[in-house]
Design a protein around this ligand. Sequence first.
Ligand SMILES: Cc1cc2nc3c(=O)[nH]c(=O)nc-3n(C[C@H](O)[C@H](O)[C@H](O)COP(=O)(O)OP(=O)(O)OC[C@H]3O[C@@H](n4cnc5c(N)ncnc54)[C@H](O)[C@@H]3O)c2cc1C
Length: 285
Amino acid sequence: MLPEFELLRPKTLGEALDMLAEHAPDVMPIAGGTNVVVALRERDVRSSVLMDVSGLADLRGIRAENGHVVVGGGTTITELVESPLIAEKGMPLAAAAVQLGNPLIRNRATLAGNLVDASPAADTAPPLLVLDAEVELASKAGTRTVLLDDFLVGVNQTLCQPDELLVAVRWAAPDGAAAFHKIGLRKAGACSVATVAVRVACDAAGRCTKARIALGAVAPRPIRAHAAEAALVGTQLTDEDIAKAAKLAAGATSPIDDVRSTAAYRLHVSEVLVGRLLGEVRAAM
Ligand SMILES: Cc1cc2nc3c(=O)[nH]c(=O)nc-3n(C[C@H](O)[C@H](O)[C@H](O)COP(=O)(O)OP(=O)(O)OC[C@H]3O[C@@H](n4cnc5c(N)ncnc54)[C@H](O)[C@@H]3O)c2cc1C
């Protein structure tokens, strides 16, 4: 049995922002509902007013715009999987999307829902972190853009305010090569034990000019491994350079024991996966 709640159904983004301004903080957006309905069942939702944003056309769509990829917050994971633009200019996100949940979940679940829920194991976050993605937040007062790395604060905590909607995620068409890997307890339909995304660019001499490494499910929020990234820049990506970066990346994690894994396994697998994915992107360049 679900608790009783009032359901608001705005028809336009403007109407939705007016409703949020009127009811905040006692109002919660619901998109695909794949997290919210579970939380309702567990009586873990404090708001008595839900606002259905799944019908808002302004939150949908994937497009190229001035050298950037722009994805509406209400875009479903299935739409990400099926998008040629995401396959071409958002490769690690495409790889993560196809492994998120199962087909039923992917048909309902949205990108904004995944990011605003802010699970440490949110699968879209590490790929978007290595793409240097920004999120666009709209309220009745206006719009602001925040780097995803700043937006994610902690377990189920983000910079999204109660009167704001995450309307879009954007990133510049990426240079270099990228890779993503997810470890779960099953090959499909499993919450992540650990995820790693990497992106590396090199100059004509094979020297690393840019490195991005992000990990999920190994800290209170999906994280960038900044020290490991800095250690790679300027190197020739030798086996030794990669091994050093992998060790530094594992050092950036703060994993816990939970029902899915031990902290020790997560620490070990972080180093192994970062090393393996850096080797893969080196071979792809
Ligand atoms: C069986 C199952 C399997 C799953 N597997 C995975 C998995 O493998 N990997 C993974 O990462 N997740 C997984 N999930 C979690 C979930 O499906 C995803 O996090 C999903 O992307 C949430 O999107 P949603 O649209 O359903 O969010 P909702 O449940 O509708 O909302 C989630 C949160 O986001 C907020 N919100 C939604 N849209 C907006 C918006 N536009 N602006 C501001 N706030 C907004 C809501 O208020 C709420 O706080 C799974 C869930 C289930 C039930």
